[in-house]
Design a binder for this molecule. Structure first.
Ligand code: HEM
Length: 271
């Protein structure tokens, strides 16, 4: 009697333990499912915010490079930023608004990306050892991505703040004076390399990861395309920066004076 009672007690205990093991396993499985879904959504958000930033940067580089055509072309583009052709008068606040949106995207993109970066010296050492053993260019590209991303957090923030706080100070002479007389060119030089390398590598890794358009199978072609795009925007950026520096040197003695296009001067003389 006693033995059967104690054995049935033991049986109940074992049953209880097995039950709680089952619950724990179901819970941990759903936890894994939930966390991996979160990780995937964060990856999507990181990719989409990065893509929007990249498209912004490419458009921005082309617009800023209008100085290579002429001072008038840059003048027209800068007035366009201020909405002159829509509202008939300049509204620099539009530039400030774009700056806020771009800054928010940058913060979202940066915070999501931070979760994958080495967070201590030990992790960083482990990654370097792994990369040295692995000897794969894509692993090294990831490190380049982390370093350029870190640089961008500071330099892009400084530049965006400048655009946000002085939105009406954009134009052929205003920009050239800022770059040369106010010595902003070293910041732009580093920012240019950081943003173009970061954007090119980011797009390459994203296309490879999600395997869009069957591109994951053409790693070599994808690498060539990435280098060509990065090279194009680096050369365009360097030529643009050189043009602003040249104009800044020529305009140094009149720094602060704003550019007036010929058509505007003619209008003033013959109203
Ligand atoms: C609303 C946001 C932005 C506006 C309105 C803006 C506007 C401008 C303007 C007008 C210039 C010409 C120089 C000057 O006037 O100082 C310039 C240069 C530059 N900007 Fe931006 N920018 C913005 C955001 C960004 C961001 C987010 C990046 C990179 C992460 C960036 C990278 C650069 C670089 C590298 C240059 C130097 C140009 C070159 O070397 O060709 N800009 N920007």
């Amino acid at each position: 009697m006693l033995t059967s009672a104690s054995s049935s007690g033991r049986g109940r205990k074992e049953l209880k333990r097995a039950g709680s093991r089952l619950v724990a396993s179901v819970e941990s499985k759903s936890l894994v499912r939930k966390s991996s879904r979160w990780a995937a959504w964060l990856d999507v958000l990181q990719g989409v915010s990065g893509l929007v930033l990249l498209l912004f940067i490419w458009t921005h580089m082309i617009m800023v490079s209008s100085i290579l055509i002429s001072k008038d072309a840059m003048f027209v583009v800068s007035r366009m930023f201020e909405g002159v052709y829509v509202f008939d008068e300049p509204h620099p606040v539009l530039v400030s608004m774009v700056a806020v949106v771009i800054f928010c995207l940058l913060v979202i993109h940066g915070i999501i990306a931070l979760r994958k970066a080495p967070s201590s010296y030990r992790e960083y050492r482990q990654f370097i050892t792994h990369a040295n053993r692995f000897k794969h260019t894509d692993t090294n590209l990831w490190l380049l991505q982390v370093i350029t991303g870190f640089i961008l957090m500071f330099l892009a923030t400084a530049h965006i703040y400048q655009m946000f706080s002085q939105p009406g100070n954009i134009g052929p002479y205003a920009s050239a004076d800022r770059i040369w007389t106010n010595t902003v060119w070293p910041l732009y030089l580093v920012l240019l390399f950081a943003v173009e390398l970061h954007g090119g590598v980011g797009l390459y890794r994203w296309l490879l990861k999600w395997g869009w358009f069957g591109l994951a199978n053409n790693r070599q072609q994808l690498k060539v395309a990435k280098s060509a795009i990065t090279g194009f925007f680096l050369i365009l950026g360097l030529l643009t920066l050189a043009a602003y520096i040249k104009l800044g040197i020529e305009h140094e003695n009149h720094a602060g004076e704003r550019y007036r296009p010929v058509s505007f001067m003619q209008q003033m003389e013959n109203p």
